[in-house]
Design a protein around this ligand. Structure first.
Ligand SMILES: [Zn+2]
Length: 60
């Protein structure tokens, strides 16, 4: 368990709120101790504006 990092797919669901409580708790706990996954989460957050359902070029 201690060497297992959080997959991007899980981080994406975490950010989207499509994650159950048990899983979110384990993600939260892992993020507290893991700078590596916190960086991944930051990266994943930076993708959010590029989601196809919110095309950025529409705002130009
Ligand atoms: Zn990690």
């Amino acid at each position: 368990m201690e060497e297992k990092h959080i997959p991007y797919e899980t981080l994406g669901r975490y950010l989207a709120g499509k994650i159950d409580n048990d899983e979110r708790e384990s993600v939260d706990r892992h993020l507290k101790d893991c700078a590596f996954c916190r960086q991944d989460l930051t990266d994943a957050q930076s993708w959010q504006p590029l989601k196809p359902d919110r095309p950025w070029w529409r705002f130009w």
